[in-house]
Design a protein around this ligand. Structure first.
Ligand code: AMP
Length: 426
């Protein structure tokens, strides 16, 4: 038997109802902040991710699905393509390619699948879904303002609250500017040098290639050493410090709780200032629901104009997981309002009636004239329909139908013209 590939999964009803509920809520909340949707390709030129995510990251160095294209046209041949592992690089590419600044488009969001070849476990998949948003714009358009950082964080708090996710924690940090980090990296290397031998092999490598990433280490034995290392917050320049202060002041003013986590880092040059993560207790080891931060240098790194920006990506799989505890999928699933049971030779009449009722926005499950009445009743309750409507020759002639409430057992005769209203009234 052929199964879904490792690390991928089928999302089935009724769970898909919960996914749709999440996405509808997201669209509704983001609209209030004037974000508009962008859809970028699922695969891109590999170079985009090498430059836009960073060659030394785990994502690019080990987790991408990359292949060489084999088109006939010279232009296709040998082009290296990659399934997108994230959507910020694609969004910024589109921003540059279509000069979106000319159209005043500076707040974009996306919802869609991403691909990373990670070791699958609970909450970690090879095809997973992200909901993300980016504020990006020319320097002096306000996109560099701490007001944008705070607005994005407040929007996320609003979204989680609206979804009924309560026990989240916002972890906040500033990673300064690349200039701030030069001094920090020096200090970090100096501090790591005498101790790195005692650390895990990943940390030994990071100590040389990208010392900031040492803070990502989850190995318990390394933690006491990491606790003694210098922190980025001690190296922030005056501008970065003020920016960080301003973000916090606005968050306090709007009443969004946060927790400063000076271990939270993003290791690439174009990441600047604000870095954040929302975690949720119930998720276990993979407890980050979303992550994000400022990337003032990304557009330039991708060959575009200076365009400061801030964004985030929510792991939709994990968001749905943290929701499932209190919002079972059944609670957002709309079951059929009515099951239409055509008697013998009544399929055509049944179809006509179903069409009428569906046009009135009712959910209609249509049976078949071949079913005996008993089978129709069984099918109606299996489908979870509220009513069953019997369509026989006499009913059609009389223009009035027997409508039976399947939970109370109450049955009434309803004129054809009043059916929809009667069913809606429940
Ligand atoms: P990142 O793009 O790595 O900052 O991830 C942003 C969010 O996407 C994380 O906080 C997770 O919720 C989610 N995420 C990342 N990788 C995976 C994965 N392999 N499976 C499920 N969710 C993921």
């Amino acid at each position: 038997m052929i199964k879904a590939p490792r690390g991928t999964r089928d999302l089935l009803p009724p769970d898909t109802a919960l996914w749709n509920h999440v996405e509808a809520t997201v669209r509704d909340v983001f609209r209030a902040y004037n974000f508009q949707e962008i859809r970028t390709p699922i695969f891109e030129d590999t170079a985009l991710f090498a430059r836009g995510v960073g060659e030394e990251t785990d994502i690019v160095s080990k987790e991408m699905y990359t292949w060489e294209d084999r088109g006939r046209a010279e232009s296709d041949k040998g082009q290296s393509l990659t399934l997108r592992p994230e959507n910020t690089a694609g969004t910024v590419r589109a921003y540059i390619e279509h000069k979106l600044w000319d159209r005043g488009l500076n707040k974009l969001y996306y919802i869609g699948p991403q691909f990373r070849r990670e070791r699958p476990q609970k909450g970690r998949y090879r095809q997973f879904y992200q909901i993300g948003a980016e504020v990006i714009g020319p320097t002096a358009s306000g996109s560099e303002s701490p007001a944008r950082d705070a607005e994005v964080l407040e929007m996320l708090a609003t979204l989680l609250d609206r979804l009924g996710i309560t026990n989240w924690t916002l972890e906040l940090n500033s990673v300064g500017t690349p200039a701030d980090r030069v001094k920090f990296n020096e200090a970090l290397r100096a501090a790591l040098d005498p101790v790195k031998e005692k650390m895990c092999t990943d940390c030994q490598r990071r100590a040389v290639t990208n010392p900031l990433r040492v803070f990502d280490c989850k190995v318990p034995e390394d933690q006491p050493i990491i606790e003694t290392l210098p922190r980025i917050t001690q190296f922030l320049g005056e501008d970065s410090r003020q920016h960080f202060e301003a973000v916090q002041t606005i968050l306090r003013s709007v009443g969004v709780d946060f927790h400063i986590n000076d271990r939270l880092v993003r290791g690439l040059d174009y990441y600047t200032r604000t870095a954040f993560e929302f975690t949720h207790g119930a998720l276990g080891a993979q407890n980050a629901i979303l992550g994000g931060g400022r990337y003032d240098g990304l557009s330039e790194a991708l060959g575009g104009p200076a365009a400061p920006g801030i964004g985030f990506a929510i792991g939709e799989d994990r968001l749905v997981m943290s929701l499932q505890e209190r919002t079972p999928a059944e609670s957002v699933l709309r079951k059929p309002d009515v099951y239409i049971a055509p008697m013998a030779t009544m399929n055509a009449e049944g179809a006509r009636l179903a069409r009428e009722l569906r046009r009135q926005n009712l959910i209609v499950e249509l049976g078949d004239e071949a079913f005996r009445l008993k089978k129709s009743f069984e099918a109606a309750s299996k489908a979870g329909a509220k009513y069953i409507l019997i369509v026989g020759e006499n009913e059609v002639k009389a223009e009035a139908f027997a409508l039976k409430n399947l939970s109370s057992g109450e049955q009434v005769q309803v004129p054809r013209a009043e059916l929809a209203q009667r069913i809606k009234e429940g």
